[in-house]
Ligand binder design. Sequence first.
Ligand SMILES: O=C(O)CCC(=O)/C=C/C=C(\O)C(=O)O
Ligand SMILES: [Fe+2]
Length: 312
Amino acid sequence: MPVALCTMSHSPLMGRNDPDASIVAEVDAAFADARAFIADFAPDLVVIFAPDHYNGVFYDLLPPFCIGAAAQSVGDYGTQAGPLDVDRDAAYRIARTVLAAGVDTAFSERMHVDHGFAQALELLTGSITAVPTVPIFINSVGEPLCPVSRIRLLGNAVGQAAAALDRRVLLVGSGGLSHDPPVPRLDTAPPPVRETLISGRNPTPEQRAAREQRVIDAGRDFAAGVATIQPLNPGWDRNLLTVLASGELDEIDSWTNDWFVEQAGHSSHEVRTWIAAYAALAAQGAYRVRSSYYRPIPEWIAGFAVTTALPE
Ligand SMILES: O=C(O)CCC(=O)/C=C/C=C(\O)C(=O)O
Ligand SMILES: [Fe+2]
């Protein structure tokens, strides 16, 4: 069945701590191109891989993956709040195929998602309900993480499931390339923050505003060159884009989780969502990258990229 792919970095700092207007215009043009590509493809199902940033998934029960049969967006960083238009039947069909392939995904009838999903759906399709969706959470933040080889297997199984649906499926991956924004970590967080990582659902508006302001401040400091967070790594980012475009995805299996962090920062694990989306596309045979935009954008704490691809 027809498939197409669009992968994109997300950043909660878009619109909150923008780079020079010429760079914003360049990114806007990349998204306009992606939207035109998607409109031309006319998907009737979006399968989106995205991470969570301790808004929907916590250490009280932290699976490596979760497929949502129903989901709602928490509306962080000004993204749309409320239910996604989840295609429940497609979610179950995909989950059955993934489990049959030996990839032990979790499954949710009440998934909570954050800007990782909502920003991508809004930017690419116009809203969180524009096109029926199957949201697939990939843990990219809460260590310990599974080896990245499992992500390729997940993506492959999702791609096989997508092929068996009689639908026009857009595969989306949402996450930054090299970047190390201030996402708290369980082993270093002070006790009150640690508790929010374990069970922090539904923060008060004041708590949410304080969290968001901390990230915005970090973006300002990073762009000013005074933040203590890890630099972006454009060389690493470009190599990743080259590998994804080459179709030689099994090369990625040898990349260790520690190497991701050393090279590209903790949140570079978010490229798991790209790897899954490309592996899903590869499940249907050879593919061709149709467009690839990249720029390191310190104001957004992001190696920022947008790609589109189609089967050959
Ligand atoms: O404050 C927190 O708990 C989480 C911070 C946060 O949500 C940061 C998000 C950053 C990205 O999504 C990103 O750069 O990819
Ligand atoms: Fe993120």
